[in-house]
Design a protein around this ligand. Structure first.
Ligand code: C2E
Ligand code: CA
Ligand code: CA
Ligand code: CA
Length: 285
């Protein structure tokens, strides 16, 4: 069909309205889901690599990462990447973060009683990190819920640290004093500066999935992954590879001294009941 200015105008206007309407609907539904306690946490294992991961189907369980899920009436889940941004813009991220923390803390206590002593890490969004008194709220919640030390850790992305190095350091030092470990998430994708690693009290680095994906074929990714591993080890930090999907990737990481791995090869994110089987049976069903 022939295009003219008028037609284009008519094409774009309703579509922008639809996007705005869609966000508003999502926001309303999300608020209701939070109020009705409909959100869920899934748990993905982090496993030790420096075992005999190449001979075993899976490495020994180290800890879990909590990943947020929003169940829908049709039995599917809306993934967090599709609604965390909306929650941030709508001023809901503080409430969601609080819900995630309490849910993970209760689960950590249950697993602790069942004999699993690894921790659960929760993801902190950049906007959440910048909320006033956010670190005190977290520690107070853990104290109120009587969560044993070290059972909750947090994952933060390096991008948010860029904003203000001094205040980031004081937040992270506060966590350290209270036994909350810090994972630096998606390492290598942000504006990573070695200066941050030097100055911030970070316990572990997570190598971003984009560097792991083509590890078997890409020489650049091999160089980057092995350098991040060496860097972390020389700084005395743990190093975790994310998104490990194949034996080849796992073997490369093992041979280069990577401490921990996470990915579909070792275990997908699953609900709490299924995750329990991961340490009771030693395998995911
Ligand atoms: P992330 O923290 O980098 O989490 C890793 C993502 O990779 C998860 O996606 C996980 O399911 C996925 N994944 C794990 N192993 C593999 C693999 O082997 N291959 C592939 N292709 N993917 C793998 P998910 O659960 O959809 O979460 C996406 C992002 O949403 C997370 O990225 C995190 O930034 C954010 N997120 C998740 N839960 C929360 C939460 O409770 N609060 C906040 N603020 N953000 C969250
Ligand atoms: Ca994460
Ligand atoms: Ca990540
Ligand atoms: Ca990510």
């Amino acid at each position: 069909a022939k295009q003219n200015g008028k037609n284009r105008f008519h094409f774009f206007t309703p579509s922008l309205e639809r996007i705005a309407q869609h966000r508003l609907t999502m926001e309303t539904n999300l608020r209701r889901a939070l109020e009705n306690d409909e959100l869920e946490l899934f748990y993905q294992p982090k496993v030790y690599l420096q075992q005999d991961a190449s001979q075993q189907q899976s490495g020994k369980l180290h800890s879990f990462e909590a990943l947020l899920r929003w169940p829908q009436a049709n039995g599917r889940y809306i993934p967090p990447d599709s609604f965390i941004g909306i929650a941030e813009d709508a001023g809901m991220i503080g409430h969601i973060g609080q819900w995630v923390l309490e849910e993970a803390a209760q689960q950590a206590k249950i697993w602790h009683r069942q004999g699993f002593h690894g921790n659960i890490s929760v993801n902190i969004s950049p906007k959440q990190f910048l909320l006033p008194d956010f670190e005190r709220d977290i520690v107070e919640t853990l104290t109120r819920l009587q969560v044993p030390d070290q059972l909750i850790s947090i994952e933060i992305t390096e991008s948010l640290l860029m904003q203000d190095l001094n205040s980031a350091r004081s937040v992270l030092e506060y966590f350290r004093r209270h036994g909350v470990c810090i994972y630096l998430d998606d390492f290598g994708t942000g504006f990573s500066s070695l200066n941050y690693l030097k100055n911030l009290p970070v316990d572990a680095i997570k190598i971003d999935r984009t560097f792991v994906k083509d590890l078997a074929s890409s020489n650049a990714d091999k160089a980057i992954a092995s350098s991040i591993i060496a860097l972390a080890r020389n700084l005395g930090m743990l190093v975790v590879a994310e998104g490990v999907e194949t034996l080849e990737q796992a073997e490369f990481l093992v041979s280069h001294g990577c401490d921990l791995a996470q990915g579909y090869y070792f275990g997908r994110p699953v609900n709490a009941r299924q995750a329990t089987q991961y340490f009771t049976l030693g395998t995911l069903s």
